[in-house]
Write a protein that binds this ligand. Structure first.
Ligand code: GLC
Ligand code: CA
Length: 568
């Protein structure tokens, strides 16, 4: 039976995210840079990924580590020069690696010339590039909170009005309803495409179109409504379609929208199959499974049944109509092995491989965040001064001041959930500072680099790194891993995540144990009857295929078979 596949290179690719500040420092100033990335391209080639997503490298005062851009067409001084960028891009292309840029256009830095002008006077030609409102009864225009604590509105003395900033007050939101803003952005995007870049990861793109009425939202623990009140606004799809026509249609790009507050229904529009908008979105529901409502500051552990329900909803929901992106980690999330796995000595390696199996065998384009392929863990931050991330630091002071949490409790939550866990330097080897820098690193190095590092793992066949290499190789070999249909088994099991993939007569059975308990699992009929059952990957080398499978602590195994003739 021939199966007709809707083949696309961006579905068959594996994307690797680089957070440049923490990847590799080439000049000893303690900050990762573009030359450092160029030096390490062979490492990525060795891993086998196809596409690199670069977190922002543009000029920025770094209030939010580059997500506050003051010039979209220059490179951040600490990261190097435009020449370094061009060299990196061509060195990547020489190796067959594509480069996807972070596009941060919901907001700019307050030091961007547009905003410098905009705040000068109500008549300034750039005034309408941003969102200005009068206060209401001597207070902010509405109750929206910034994602990074406090109100989303900042009062500006100069013109005695408020501007909107869904993120820090140094990240004023652009006014996408102004045609001139959109034209400037499309021009800038085209300029990057002309340079030869291969696509865009679009920062909080679901927030660009605001409801001009600015209605109040429901209050959370800090007394403000979530910034997600702005999600999926009235014109967002219209603007993305316009962007597609004015920019994206010119090239064969990979586009992924970071879609805070996205629902399945909305995702089907953003990531629609006819490519009128984006190729895929990052949804957040599986990141919220261990949150406490809108409050992420807790050490609540995931309930596997909920995690499975959410991921299954997205797998089945976008089947045939759109496309999923698959991720456990990025620069905004703690380390997955410490969160969904088990980072104790006995289990970190097994559970890192198990999580990789569970994710990479699903339908969608997988994203690997730097260090995830080594099983890098959360860091033992000791005190608030160890943290660099403004989200973590602001939340600490705000929630302490409001009496929501005690100091030790809040530190415990930060250690578990802070974005800085993902931002400690990449662990290259066991030399000083993990081989990241000769200087003083901008953020602490995780002391476990002596045992967890790339050099050690590249030399070892059963390392987490080698396991990722194998997962990537398998994806290139078996179209079923990219295109097969996903179906969940055992939805109510609290420890085992089991699903099948089906493409024509071929089937995969993916079994992942999210616990340290040993279990048994009777093979489903199609597999039990199959004469050609083989294991294609697993994290225990001595796994026996039996009718009643024995599944050990954090075990992951993938079995493949062809449906028997009688099933046809
Ligand atoms: C996105 C980025 C995050 C940043 C925020 C504001 O969520 O991933 O790092 O802080 O947008 O740009
Ligand atoms: Ca540097």
């Amino acid at each position: 039976m021939e199966v007709k596949l809707d083949r696309k290179w961006w579905k068959e690719s594996v994307v690797y995210q680089i957070y440049p500040r923490s990847f590799k420092d080439s000049n000893g100033d303690g900050i990762g840079d573009l030359k450092g990335i160029t030096q390490k391209l062979d490492y990525l080639k060795e891993l086998g990924v196809d596409v690199i997503w670069l977190s922002p490298v543009y000029q920025s005062p770094n209030d939010d580590n580059g997500y506050d851009i003051s010039d979209y067409q220059s490179i951040m001084k600490e990261f190097g020069t435009m020449k370094d960028f061009d060299e990196m891009l061509s060195a990547a292309h020489d190796r067959g690696l594509k480069i996807v840029m972070d596009l941060v256009v919901n907001h700019t830095s307050d030091e961007h010339p547009w905003f410098v002008e905009s705040r000068k006077s109500k008549e300034n030609p750039y005034r309408d590039y941003y969102i200005w409102r009068e206060g209401k009864n001597g207070k902010e225009p509405n109750n929206w909170g910034s994602c990074f604590s406090g109100s989303a509105w900042m009062y500006d003395e100069e013109t005695k009005m408020y501007y909107l900033h869904l993120f820090s007050k140094k990240q004023p939101d652009l006014n996408w309803d102004n045609k001139a803003v959109r034209t400037e952005i499309y021009r800038m995007m085209n300029w990057w495409l002309d340079k030869g870049i291969d696509g865009f990861r679009m920062d909080v793109i679901s927030l660009i179109s605001k409801n001009s009425e600015f209605p109040d939202g429901e209050e959370g623990v800090n007394g403000y409504a979530s910034f997600n009140e702005a999600a999926n606004g009235p014109h967002v799809h219209e603007y993305l379609q316009e962007m597609r026509q004015n920019v994206l249609d010119r090239a064969d790009t990979l586009t992924v929208g970071e879609c805070s507050g996205v629902t399945l229904e909305e995702a089907m529009k953003y990531a629609r199959k006819d490519e009128k908008e984006l190729n895929m979105v990052f949804q957040f529901e599986h990141m919220d499974v261990d949150a406490d409502g809108n409050n992420k500051w807790t050490d609540k552990k995931i309930d596997l049944r909920e995690l499975k329900a959410v991921l299954t909803k997205w797998q089945k929901g976008l089947e045939e109509t759109a496309w999923n992106s698959l991720y456990w980690e990025n620069h905004d999330q703690p380390r997955s092995v410490s969160r969904y796995g088990n980072d104790s000595e006995a289990y970190w390696e097994l559970s890192a491989k198990m999580l990789a199996t569970c994710l990479h065998m699903m339908q969608g384009t997988p994203y690997i965040y730097q260090g995830e392929e080594l099983g890098m863990t959360n860091a033992p931050f000791d005190k608030i001064e160890d943290f660099r991330d403004l989200d973590s630091v602001n939340a600490y002071y705000e929630l302490l001041e409001k009496g929501v949490f005690e100091k030790e409790q809040m530190l415990k939550y930060l250690r578990y959930k802070s974005r800085d866990n993902a931002r400690t330097p990449f662990q290259w080897d066991n030399s000083k500072n993990a081989g990241f820098t000769d200087g003083e690193p901008w953020i602490m190095v995780n002391p476990n680099y002596k045992t967890i590092n790339a050099k050690e793992q590249m030399e070892r066949k059963d390392s987490v790194f080698s396991y990722y290499q194998e997962l990537i190789r398998l994806r290139k070999k078996h179209p079923i891993i990219v295109y097969g249909r996903y179906d969940l088994l055992l939805p109510e099991d609290r420890e085992l995540y089991v699903y099948t993939r089906t493409l024509g007569r071929e089937q995969l059975l993916v079994i992942c144990n999210f616990s340290c308990n040993e279990r048994t699992f009777p093979l489903p009929e199609a597999f039990a009857k199959a004469s050609d059952l083989v294991k294609i990957i697993g994290n225990y080398c001595d796994c026996a295929i039996e009718q009643n499978m024995r599944i050990r602590a954090y075990e992951a195994i993938v079995l493949q078979c062809n449906a028997s003739a009688s099933d046809e």
